[in-house]
Write a protein that binds this ligand. Sequence first.
Ligand code: ZN
Length: 303
Amino acid sequence: MFLGILKLMKETAYKCPLCLNENKPNFMGYRLNKAQGIFPGRNYSDSQKVVCCKRCKLIYNYPQVFPQSNIFKEDDSLLDLTQVSAEAIKATETYTDILNFLKKDAKILPAAKVLDIGSGIGRVAYALKQNGYDVQAIEPKKELYDFSVQNNFIAKENVINKTFDEVEFEKESFDFIFLEPLNHFTDPHRAIQKTLVWLKPGGYLQLETVNSRWFYKRALHFFYKSTFTKTVPYTSALRKPFHVCEYSAKSFKVYCELNDLKLINLNSHPCNTYIKIKWADKLMQYLMRRFDSGAEMSVIIKK
Ligand SMILES: [Zn+2]
């Protein structure tokens, strides 16, 4: 009896991993542990429960199912990048949006210390280094780390092959921190707070993540509902690339307000619309930007 009550208390002890709200989240449905397709059916035996925080609209799995360190180590969604030409990547991916922000808006000039968390094959780190910044990087995936060093995207002494949880840096030592992707973190509040400790007061943190309000995803959700399935297209807890939390613009607005942080920039990137008619493609891209419903989101926070 007593154990039963304890178990019940444990099950009802909700806490949003972003805004820490302890109110019971809204139940959204189930995410199957396989490709769902257009007609996912009504068998939810192999699935994860998906909920949405009432306060910050974060969409996450309850309970969380996969240990954080496994997510970092097992995600191989970017391994394809090691098959393409390093020189071609260096020439085409210049990250002018990040550089323009640093130089023009933030007035963070070359020689400033910057940190790239989840540097992958080192594309952002390379662009920052080429523009004179003092870059430090972390990449947990061994294959991506090796590729970045062997192809001179970043010098070996400037990149650490460890997970986010395994590293520590000096307090207030970076002017700018780039963290991608936030949707891999089961405990985003802890991750953001840990990162902010390393950031100088007045420094900037840029977060990249998937957008839960992506137009196509919402359309699919609506379609699922019309077929009377409880399956939802949100998160992918046990399937690569392990999206364990999905954010909307509101998630960051609420988070910054609660934590006394300044939200400097919130961009919703449309990505590929898959529409072949040019004017329709442009219209869709405009709408996604206008209504924060692009596939990915880029957020800049000032400490
Ligand atoms: Zn929340």
